[in-house]
Design a protein. Sequence first.
Length: 128
Amino acid sequence: MAKYLSQEWLDEGRKLSEEFPERPGATARMQYVVTGAPDGDVKYYWVLENGKIQESTLGEDANADFTITTTYDDSKKIQDGELDPNAAFMQGRMKVTGNMGKLMALMPLTQSPEYKAIQEKIRGVTEY
């Protein structure tokens, strides 16, 4: 089991995402900020190329296309499947800064059966 928001957890998610089918054009640099985590705020980023996570690392990416900020509680609910990320965004529980067009172009990926299957696998290796 990998502790949620640890580098080990990010590595597990990246490995599992290799199963995701290639999606030409689904390319972005995404910065995540999770506030109020048990050990303080956590920042990590993904580099997504054609639907595949190429990099998933703790820290900040100065070249991120956009930044997604959520509280730890909401982030955990999204991870557990209790809160839909699209609903969180629409309810203002997920804040986004930067290139909104780039983010919106990726939204259909989160609704695909493949994405949902990978999320379920990640839940199975996550320890809170």
